[in-house]
Design a protein around this ligand. Structure first.
Ligand SMILES: Nc1ncnc2c1ncn2[C@@H]1O[C@H](COP(=O)(O)OP(=O)(O)O)[C@@H](O)[C@H]1O
Ligand SMILES: [Mg+2]
Length: 305
């Protein structure tokens, strides 16, 4: 569906026209029928990548193959839906006028358009506000109408820039369900987010973007497995000698519920166990701690600082 290869984007800034590189060789693929998450902190380059894909920003290097087209042909756009990050629509239009306008741009007319609008308005729970001007909408309402307009042409490929932002938990749930519904219809979805919990529950695969580079790509499971697992070891009857024995290892020690708890990484597990055998303490339990995507995110962010 989409193949981005070594995408580079420079911006000229300030009046001296100094060049800054925002995308430093971004590569990833989105397969047909999947939900792909583009995750990274603010300023990582997610929006810029999307704008390059859509042809709203000119790339400085690299290649983009979107549905078999490499030069961003206009015809493809009719098969794409796009929710911009800060949808600033025509303020004085009402919700339904915006949808009608977008639908007409895509060549949809008459009853087909009116029917489509009704369906979408109820899907995003905006039927009640269809005759209200966009300038009176809250951020959450703009987000909902923005998603509705992105779906008006029944696109094969849906690009959503931060679709969950500005929504309360119920709104997020609804939008997630809506995205899953599109996937069930066989649509392909590329979305960006800095909210990892949403991505974790929604996406088939994710790419982590940090400072203009994709640092990891894979299924959520793959990314989590890739991280070395941390262990927690509970000891009983802990002689003071334990501290002595693990002194040279990077082990975190704490007391919890009357036990001495040791925390350490996979790579020193054998050495920690060996050290404990030499002490007078007894092992009560040893278990791996599943890291969250959040942890990976923080880990990668600290590497890139
Ligand atoms: N038109 C522009 N001119 C100069 N710099 C820009 C422009 N648009 C974005 N940037 C910079 O590019 C970086 C990435 O921005 P963006 O793609 O919006 O990140 P994200 O969507 O991941 O938050 C930021 O440092 C931002 O300041
Ligand atoms: Mg952005």
């Amino acid at each position: 569906m989409l193949e981005v290869n070594n995408l580079i984007k420079n911006f000229k800034t300030g009046f001296l026209g100094k060049e800054v590189t925002v995308l430093r060789g971004v590569s990833f693929c989105v397969e047909s029928g999947e939900i792909f998450g583009f995750v990274g902190p603010n300023g990582a380059g997610k929006t810029t990548t999307f704008k390059c894909i859509l042809g709203f920003a000119l790339k400085s290097g690299g290649t983009i193959n979107l549905m078999g087209e490499t030069n961003g042909k206009v015809g493809i756009k009719s098969r794409i839906g796009y929710l911009p990050e800060n949808p600033y629509f025509y303020d004085y239009l009402t919700g339904e006028e915006l949808l009608r306008y977008m639908g007409e741009l895509h060549g949809i007319k008459g009853k087909a358009l009116e029917d489509k609008m009704d369906v979408l308005l109820s899907k995003v729970n905006m039927s009640h506000a269809r005759k209200v001007q966009l300038r009176k909408y809250s951020k959450g309402m703009l987000q909902r109408i923005g998603i509705a307009q992105a779906l008006i042409n029944d696109p094969e490929f849906i690009i959503l820039d931060e679709p969950m932002s500005g929504l309360d938990p119920i709104g997020r749930r609804e939008i997630k369900d809506l995205i899953l519904e599109e996937k069930a219809k066989g649509k392909t979805i590329l979305l960006s987010s800095h909210m990892l919990s949403d991505v974790e529950a929604l996406c088939d695969r994710v790419a982590l973007l940090m400072s203009g580079r994709v640092v990891r790509t894979g299924t959520i499971g793959e990314l989590l497995n890739e991280i070395h697992t941390d262990y927690e070891l509970f000891l009983e009857g802990s002689g003071d000698d334990i501290q002595e024995h693990v002194r040279d290892l990077s082990v975190e020690l704490e007391e919890r519920a009357g036990y001495l708890v040791l925390k350490f990484d996979e790579d020193i597990k054998a050495r920690v166990l060996e050290a404990i055998m030499k002490s007078s303490a007894e092992i009560v339990s040893l278990h791996p701690m599943r890291k969250s995507l959040e942890g990976l995110f923080v880990e990668e962010a600290s590497k890139n600082e």
